[in-house]
Design a protein around this ligand. Sequence first.
Ligand code: NAD
Length: 491
Amino acid sequence: MTAHDRVLANDDLARFSNLIGGRSVEAADGRLFESVCPSDGRAFALAPRSGKVDVDAAVAAARGAFEGAWGRLTATERGRLLVRLGEAVAAHADELAALESRDTGKPLKQGRADMAATARYFEFYGTAADKLHGDTLPFLNGYTVAVVRDPHGVTGHIVPWNYPAQIFGRSVGASLACGNACVVKPAEDACLSLIRICELARDVGFPDGALNIVAGLGAEAGAALAEHPDIDFMSFTGSPQTGALIQAAAGRNSIGCTLELGGKSPQILFADADIEAAAPVVVNAITQNGGQTCSAGSRVLIEEKAADRFAAAIAERFAKVTAAHHEADREMGGMINPRQRQRVQGHIERAQQEGLRIVAQGAIDAAAPASGFYVRPTMFGPVDPRATLANEEVFGPVLAMIPFRDEAHAVALANGTPYGLVAGVWTGDARRSMRVARAMRCGQVFVNGYGAGGGVELPFGGVKKSGHGREKGFEALYEFCAAKTIVINHG
Ligand code: NAD
């Protein structure tokens, strides 16, 4: 029996509810599951373990809002509500950050950064809502053609546990701005901040049913939402395995979906790079959020002639990273759950069995509770590009250092995995930076910098096994609406 299978009625634990049609409700059958803090392994809250009946109610409430009060608002009115929600998130940032950090184990400073970004998503999409305009087209004489942008209707949002609030903010923010009504299924490992933010949305005046949340397990509430025949569009962020299920369900219902999946993102360091500037960014890009970041910079490609010098500079910083209780606010916290910790440890062990050498390891804080889910951040090098570690996503603080000969070799290695999410290019040569950036097969490239997870304004998404569709920035708005062409004959 896992923690999620237990049905508890322990009043010592904080209770969280679904929000459906503006009302806080339990699962119809009263089932619950525990929220466990990765920092100490202890359950501290209970959330509804929703099923198909609850998802049906949430979708019906969203449909009612779309066809009713929410659908009647102007774009400006929708935008104002989103801006107000952003202000409410900012006003409750301390409470929300503490909740998010406890639920995910991330350091408090990361929890606070996540809430600042979440508030900014609502501000960004709130102020964008009435700037999403259509077009007119030249056509036959005597005709006027207008292309207008219609919302899809009811959108489903399945959110993972690594950056719950940020991923919720970017996805729901863009969808609501377009005029859709939303049903959210948060991850079972971290759902609490999203429930609170949905309550804030109700409090700032969103019409009932515009934004609904049903907590629960992936195979239950998640599958019910993905399969639901009255969902018009699905936004999914999570693993490639689940993404394939979501895509198949969307296909059966003939609806569109965005898939934001994993990555094996490279950071390419040419010998002329400013290693002093690069080293802290490279280390942060793989240890931020304990490496549980889809855009983690998990491969560092280093030009051979600078390999020893650069690897030493990175290793020196890497060894200073400490995993600690989220309240200790160190560089990283624990892994989200024991299964994830075991998975990361398994990758480290397998790399060693394949003959790879550890060149640096961080520490686990001596004060960190033994019951927490900590792993030591680990850097391997030099790694054969054919090794498992160079190709599979770890989703943990494990860095592979891979040498390359020249620019062509670097590009081939960078593009040589099944993934294509983000890349970093570090060089003092401006022409080369542009050449390499253009050659990357991925959705986002940073030159002389790297933003694992950041950038409200920056369109983001993958190619190949990293998924399809774009979230973040203005670009996301085009995903959450559909062009409708109106042809008027007035000749
Ligand atoms: P996951 O796919 O197991 O879970 C993601 C969400 O899907 C959760 O809400 C879960 O409950 C739900 N889910 C699980 N099974 C389902 C099913 N059968 N039907 C419907 N929903 C289901 O992934 P995870 O373990 O939560 O997250 C880790 C993975 O997500 C990594 O591979 C990571 O790279 C990826 N990720 C990608 C991004 C991105 O933006 N590209 C962001 C975060 C995480």
